[in-house]
Write a protein that binds this ligand. Structure first.
Ligand SMILES: C[S@@+](CC[C@H](N)C(=O)[O-])C[C@H]1O[C@@H](n2cnc3c(N)ncnc32)[C@H](O)[C@@H]1O
Length: 274
């Protein structure tokens, strides 16, 4: 038998879908439930069920909840090994293209997209690259657009950058401001940040590399397959899909279209038309 809080979570997700069209019904229930539980306690309610009428009748309440439903934790050069492998095993192919479209799906507050821009710059590819960085959480996208990193994070990010094979000093890419470090404008200009819902929105065309890390873990198997189809359709032939070490294409419906580039970092190359 399901726990009451699981049932309440599912009912609230149905309410959100029918009232606002946002479909979280195939997300991993336990992580969403934890977020709801935190929310109702902060709102001094007694249960997740008590959130249902508030969500249905109060758009502002729903918007607040929506922003809190996604885990937007991220870092610059998070999992540095992946960036090192991209330099070694992906960049040589990208170098053969006249222009490069990169899609960072589930970019949170932008640190991953800025890291990729720095890598492409150091590999001499940035001037012919366009980076699309998207997320369902519009509050994160607004933060990403500002491109300001808290000074307190810079030491950790510098360690990551060095482990990721950075060839300069990370601080070269930032201007110091009273409230943080502001990313260089030239890097910022190559990135288009926008809202995009992987569950409900359409494909991107002719993408050469997709980086989608720590996003699929929040979805159930069925939804992972649906989203992976969208990513596969968006990639051009020989395009790269970088999932990072927490996720994998093994046992998914799209596995047959790819060859493995690196099995630890979960980097794949699309070898067959979808
Ligand atoms: C844990 S963060 C990962 C950030 C970054 N990729 C990283 O690895 O550091 C997960 C991100 O996925 C986003 N996300 C969740 N569901 C999504 C969806 N349906 N469409 C687009 N982004 C989504 C969240 O808003 C959040 O910013």
């Amino acid at each position: 038998m399901r726990e009451t809080a699981d049932i309440e979570t599912r009912l609230l997700l149905e309410a959100i879908f029918h009232r606002y069209g946002y479909d979280f019904r195939e997300y991993n229930v336990s992580s969403i439930k934890r977020r709801f539980e935190q929310h109702f306690k902060e709102d001094k309610l007694n249960s997740i069920s008590e959130m249902i009428p508030k969500v249905l009748h109060d758009r502002t309440y729903f918007n607040e909840l929506l922003f809190d439903m996604s885990v937007t934790v991220t870092e610059m050069f998070r999992d540095p090994e992946l960036y090192r492998i991209v330099r070694e095993r992906v960049v040589p192919t990208l170098q053969t293209y006249p222009f490069i479209n990169l899609w960072n799906a589930g970019c949170a507050t932008g640190e991953e997209a800025y890291s990729m821009a720095i890598l492409l710059h150091e590999e001499g590819l940035l001037s012919r690259s366009q980076i699309y960085a998207t997320d369902i959480n519009m509050r994160s996208i607004e933060i990403a657009k500002r491109g300001i990193i808290p000074i307190s994070r810079m030491k950790h990010y510098t360690d990551n950058y060095n482990k990721a094979g950075g060839t300069r000093s990370l601080s070269d890419y930032f201007l110091s401001q009273y409230n943080g470090a502001k990313i260089n404008n030239a890097l910022k200009k190559t990135i288009t940040f926008s809202g995009h819902n992987l569950v409900m929105d359409g494909v991107f065309a002719e993408i050469h590399m997709i980086i989608c890390k720590n996003v699929l873990i929040y979805f159930n198997k069925q939804l992972q397959n649906k989203v992976l189809k969208l990513l596969t359709e968006s990639l051009c032939l020989n395009g790269f899909l970088c999932l990072g070490d927490k996720e994998s294409l093994e046992f998914t419906e799209v596995r047959k279209y790819y060859e493995v580039v690196d099995k630890e970092a979960k980097i794949y190359q699309k070898k067959f038309p979808f």
